[in-house]
Design a protein. Structure first.
Length: 675
């Protein structure tokens, strides 16, 4: 049997204040691991709080959500509203980047309890004078000795309610006055209130929620006869801006080691003129805080960052890969930071059957773990000082999770605008944990999701489960490491299809260009996802004027994303049924329903597909039998539809409809039902 004890003092038994707390607060959402980690939002985004609140007996309950930026003394409050079955809810918007916090406070609402009983007794004509007297006592207690205008108004109301010479109806009316209720709520000291755990919110800048990434190797910008530079990247900015990208992501820009340098197509025998892999970081010129001399200087990097931001609104993102070539200064200066074989030699990286003889992984169980952690933190801090605010982190799942939590938290204190993209193609729980530990965005398995059922299943998992509160997906159709099979064999329609799926399903998307827009699809060998003549090991001369380029479609899709606020979030995806497994349909809608985009994609890159859409009309903010217009933003064609069931047909060459949905206005000229 569980024992319930009283606190005994010299004057006898006393009940502690804790034991006077009758209200139970539990089941609060959103939260991550009972508050161990933060939920994520961007400025002005809403946090929808739900919580179970109940107590013994029949007294009325009141509650609020309190929220504030960390370090601010005063809490802002939003009243909780009863939903159903002891479930309560409230919404609040977060503020500027940084860390915010929120909690629920609930208490027995003594005044509302008295007021409701007064209404019932007055209607029944039972025990009204006595109940009015009890109200006077309560109001005087609530007002106390405070001399505020509100407290004075409450005391004045108590005088009217307690005036036995006045008409009883007047006294009851004073007790039921809505203004009195408002004043009491403002001064209620909420005795014996129950407070939930305080939860934290990681508030990131808007680009964390909505971004379009373009990956580019600057060394390929010099043409066929010259090593490209960061200055060439500056000249390339108008092209990137015209495509509509707002993040320019550069693979590692550091010196590249010569020991065990990889040659073209990942050959272990490099020729003298082979440039090596940028991920084999470090040489006599320096390590992770140096720029490869053939690319330019730190000043060139600063100029690129400043020009991109100031003239084009583009963030420059740097790749941070915590591994070292055998020529990296750390190898000689800190050999204890690396794993050693029994013979004393440093162990190179392996992922059998793959071998990476040109890089050494770091040992997070090093005897000098503190020194290693600080050095890695300082790499980020150095580039932050050069104006870089976005980092794509290579293989973070092979490094210490505790390190990431510490380092990201420290760096966010230094600059709340910093963004970290996790490149971790690993097990889902590990990917989730990296997001919990602070990574702002994450690569995903979208790259390999091709069938309708698995895309829809993945959308539900990413956007409509608890992970959506902390895991921000970034959809990439390709990367320098990944040429998926469907792009190898699907031709231009497959590239167009994957572009639209990535950019319009996810508010964050990216591609590796110019390989993507120029439809690069030749693998190094059958069954491989490695590119033939991969830019990881050599420079390339890209023909950006190629007539088959997907660049115009990319620019159109990115413009649609910028023009339509509903495409700039992920929580608002509705999947729609369509009676063909090679067609997929979804919509995105702003919370107030003012902007609605319905997208339909043909998943078959080789054949025309058709079917009947069975629309979730509520998801489109329409009535079941409404008429409405759909305007295809890719072809500028318009159709009038009626109700939920509508026919679509898509050819491979332009495998999608991107419909702007608008309620039908009878005065407008109707368009044909279908072209």
């Amino acid at each position: 049997m569980r024992r319930v004890c009283l606190c005994v003092g010299t004057g006898g038994s006393t009940i502690t204040d804790e034991r006077r707390r009758r209200v139970i607060v539990r089941g609060l959402t959103p939260q991550v691991d009972a508050g161990r980690h933060r939920i994520k939002r961007t400025p002005d985004e809403t946090v929808h709080v739900e919580v179970d609140i109940f107590a013994d007996g029949h007294d009325k309950i009141a509650g609020v959500v309190q929220h504030r930026a960390q370090g601010v003394e005063e809490w802002a409050e939003v009243p909780l509203t009863f939903v159903v079955n002891d479930r309560w809810a409230a919404d609040f918007a977060v503020g500027n980047p940084g860390t915010s916090e929120y909690r629920v406070v609930a208490w027995i609402d003594r005044f509302t309890t008295w007021r409701d009983a007064l209404r019932k007794k007055a209607d029944a004509g039972v025990d009204v004078p006595s109940h009015l007297d009890a109200g006077v006592v309560l109001l005087k207690e609530l007002a106390g000795r405070r001399r505020t205008e509100t407290a004075t108004s409450v005391r004045d109301a108590a005088k009217v309610i307690g005036d036995k010479k006045a008409d009883e109806g007047v006294r009851v009316e004073a007790g039921l006055d809505d203004m009195l209720d408002e004043h009491v709520r403002a001064i209620d000291p909420r005795p014996h209130r129950t407070e939930s755990v305080t939860y934290e919110i990681q508030v990131d800048r808007h680009r964390a929620r909505f971004s379009a990434w373009y990956e580019l190797f600057p060394r390929s910008l010099g043409g066929p006869d010259r090593h490209g530079t960061l200055a060439d990247a500056i000249d390339h900015l108008p092209y990137v801006a015209d495509l509509g990208f707002d993040v320019l992501y550069l693979p590692p820009i550091h010196p590249i080691g010569t020991a065990h340098r990889k040659g073209r197509n990942n050959s272990t025998a490099a020729k003298p003129d082979d440039v090596g892999s940028p991920w084999a970081i470090g040489g006599p010129e320096g390590g992770h805080t140096a720029v490869h001399p053939d690319l330019g200087t730190i000043d060139d990097l600063r100029d690129l960052v400043t020009t991109a931001c100031d003239e084009y609104g583009i963030d420059v993102a740097l790749d941070i890969a915590f591994q070292c070539s055998p020529d990296h200064p750390w190898v000689k200066e800190h050999p204890e930071w690396f794993k050693h074989r029994p013979d004393g030699s440093i162990q190179y990286a392996e992922n059998p059957p793959k071998k990476y003889e040109d890089i050494y992984p770091l040992d997070f169980e090093s005897s000098d773990a503190e020194g290693l952690w600080q050095a890695l933190h300082d790499v980020f801090a150095f580039w932050l000082d050069q104006g870089v605010k976005i980092f794509r982190v290579d293989n973070p799942h092979t490094k210490s999770l505790r390190f990431w939590e510490w380092a990201i938290d420290e760096l966010r204190r230094k600059d709340p605008d910093v963004i970290f993209l996790s490149e971790a193609f690993t097990r889902p729980r590990v990917m989730e944990e990296l997001a919990k530990r602070g990574f702002t965005q994450s690569y995903t398995y979208f790259t390999w999701r091709v069938h309708k059922w698995e895309i829809e299943e993945y959308v539900r998992y990413l956007f409509h489960s608890d992970v959506s509160d902390y895991f921000r997906p970034n959809f990439w159709p390709n990367t320098p490491d990944i040429l998926p099979e469907h792009l190898q064999h699907g031709g231009r329609p497959a590239f167009a299809q994957r572009l639209i799926l990535a950019a319009l399903l996810s508010s964050n998307w990216g591609c590796y260009g110019p390989a993507f827009e120029l439809l690069e699809h030749e693998p190094r060998q059958f069954g491989s996802e490695e590119y033939l003549d991969s830019e990881k090991y050599q420079t390339r001369d890209w023909d950006l004027a190629d007539k088959q380029s997907l660049a115009p479609l990319i620019a159109t899709v990115n413009q649609i994303r910028r023009d339509h606020p509903c495409l700039q979030s992920n929580h608002n995806v509705t999947l729609h049924s369509i009676d063909n497994d090679l067609l997929i349909a979804w919509s995105k809608t702003t919370d107030e329903g003012s902007d609605v985009i319905l997208t339909v994609v043909n998943l078959d890159p080789h054949h025309t597909q058709s079917g009947t859409l069975h629309l979730d009309m509520g998801g489109l903010r329409l009535g079941w039998d409404d008429s409405f217009e759909v305007h295809d933003l890719l072809t500028d064609t318009r159709f009038s539809w009626h109700g939920a069931h509508n026919y679509v047909e898509l050819e491979p060459d332009l495998p999608a409809h991107v419909f702007h949905v608008r309620a039908h206005h009878p005065t407008e000229q109707d368009s044909p039902l279908f072209a």
